[in-house]
Design a protein. Structure first.
Length: 277
């Protein structure tokens, strides 16, 4: 491995037992952009650029961590989300493409204020703030997650009011046009069937929920939303497709109307919107 053009083949040869052909190509170009600052087109233009020894060392360190199934986002310390750079670490979930779809849906709505419950990296409110001039609050119970969220807000030059609080103790006298949440919704019983790069690295409290009460967060957030939303305010959820019907029933019981499910790019029930009368 002497030139930039060699990196893609190096990734394919070193990681073929772990990642697919297409995944290795994608990983290689992500690393090229991180180390050299070249996007895919620029890396082709600069294919004959010599790689320095310190750069080779960095690439090999990344390969080593990838072989241990560590997500590339945690290795590099950041990811791209809805066209912006978002820092991540072991205290935050890695933002998913499905959540970008949720943001896209929200941005088509009209609102002047919003609350994000369980903000993690802050990716949802930050992406919205970059595209819409609205007053935004975001909360999380994790001090460490909020530290990253605040840093992401600063990096992306947006103003968000962050609150450290457990949603089961949240009792603020605030009102919003829109509330959004991507709460934990994967059953703990599913842990053994999930990929090690998720189970071994991402924070379990942000992913998993007790099998005995899998909708506990949806119930509590619906309770908060019916109290804090303005008339005709909207509640958006990212959901577990297996519980779409049950979540709709919860929202009906709290008095929400016009409940709409929306499929993600994989044609799964992944998002939901409800309106407060």
């Amino acid at each position: 491995m002497q030139k930039i053009r060699d990196i893609v083949d190096y990734f394919k040869s070193e990681l073929s037992d772990i990642y697919s052909y297409r995944e290795n190509i994608s990983l290689a170009y992500i690393v090229i952009e991180d180390i050299f600052g070249y996007n895919r087109s620029e890396s082709i233009i600069n294919a004959n650029k010599e790689i320095r020894l310190n750069e080779i060392k960095k690439i090999n360190n990344i390969i080593f961590e990838l072989k241990n199934n560590k997500p590339i986002q945690y290795i590099l310390g950041s990811t791209n989300f809805y066209g912006i750079k978002i820092k991540v670490n072991e205290n935050t979930l890695i933002p998913r493409p499905e959540t970008e779809e949720l943001v896209d849906w929200i941005l088509k709505d009209d609102f002047n204020s919003m609350l994000d419950i369980g903000t993690g990296t802050g990716c949802i409110p930050i992406a919205i703030a970059k595209n819409k001039d609205v007053k935004i609050y975001a909360l999380d119970k994790s001090k460490n997650a909020l530290k990253i969220a605040k840093e992401n807000s600063r990096i992306n030059n947006v103003n968000i009011n962050f609150i450290e609080v457990d949603i089961f103790k949240f009792n603020e006298s605030l009102n919003f046009d829109l509330i959004v949440s991507n709460p934990p919704y994967i059953l703990k019983s599913k842990i053994d069937s999930m990929s090690s790069n998720v189970v071994d690295y991402e924070p379990h409290e942000a992913l998993f929920v007790n099998d005995k009460d899998p909708l506990v967060f949806f119930k509590q957030i619906s309770k908060i939303a019916i109290q804090m939303l303005n008339s005709n305010g909207k509640l958006y959820f990212e959901i577990n497709e297996d519980y779409a019907t049950e979540i709709k029933l919860i929202l009906n019981e709290f008095g929400f109307v016009d409940i709409q499910l929306k499929n993600d790019i994989n044609d799964r029930n992944r998002m939901l919107r409800a309106i407060k009368k």
